[in-house]
Design a protein around this ligand. Sequence first.
Ligand code: NDP
Length: 329
Amino acid sequence: MTTSAKSIVINKDDQGYHANYTDFPVESIHQHNVNIDVDYSTLNYKDALAITGAGPVVRQFPMIPGIDLAGTVSESDSDEFKTGDTVLLNGFGVGEKYLGGLSEKASMKSDWLIPLPANLTPKQAMQIGTAGYTAMLSIIALEKHGISPQTGEVLVTGANGGVGSFAIYLLNKLGFDVVATTGRMNESEHLQKLGAKRVLSRDEFSTAGKPLAKEQFAAAIDSVGSHTLANVCASINYGGVVTACGLAQGMDFPATVAPFILRGISLIGIDSVMRPKADRIEAWQRLSELVEPEYLDTISREIPLSDAISHADALLKGEIRGRVVVNCK
Ligand code: NDP
């Protein structure tokens, strides 16, 4: 019986705030009804903030960071999951309030877990990660509000970001005409290869605009917030739909009600963290059908668990392009 698990462990004590790659007692990890041998986790922006202490992410110490994981059930008290099942977790405060995925072992409430879709490996699920899952939730929201490839162009903001680039890729696979906005126009060719028909500078959207602008897009997926979200809403066609999941530009929303009351547009909030299980299963099933493994290999790199701390620093300094998948085996 293994008594300790190699883990990234964050502490706040007399020596200050520090993260180490070390052994952590398995009995302290095994606190919920499904115990898991972690195959892969990822290094998200939130995990990098937690590891470095650059942002107030961790709410309890000691903490194992890692907001998502894919692994194999080693022990279960749940009717839903049995030993040997492969499972997937995103969110629910894991890696912030509850011990997370950057460890050889984890323990989760069965309510938080979903089965890994049959045609995805644990590594592929983590290559998709929370960014791809949030992009898929946003697209499903547009579809449920009547948006289809026939409705017209869909705008994606924050195009080079994790959510934005997955949104472009997935929308294109589904047959939509996609327009991207970015602050990195030098990446236009890459965005076009990903599936954007046109690429616009984010400067067109990022400063205070008019309550109503020219109607240009049937729908939009925004991960940026602030003036960008306000201007996007002002540019949506009559009856169109916008999803909002992020705040890369800012948390504010300096808009007017004009697009809502004069053009009948809808703004839909997207949360991935506390999402009900049925929605998670639907989004991951769709992802498993749409995403090609070759694409995932072009947007991610694999590191061992022992390298997670050094990569957290590099990630915050903007030195890493693409997703970081952490091998925890
Ligand atoms: P990334 O950091 O990968 O991407 C954000 C992108 O936004 C950047 O690549 C950049 O794109 C653009 N951007 C950055 N700063 C600005 C700015 N000042 N003005 C306009 N655009 C800017 O983040 P993710 O894609 O992973 O996440 C995007 C947002 O969504 C974040 O705020 C994140 O917290 C949130 N999020 C929310 C979730 C939820 O459950 N609601 C789940 C996942 C993420 P470019 O260079 O192309 O301009």
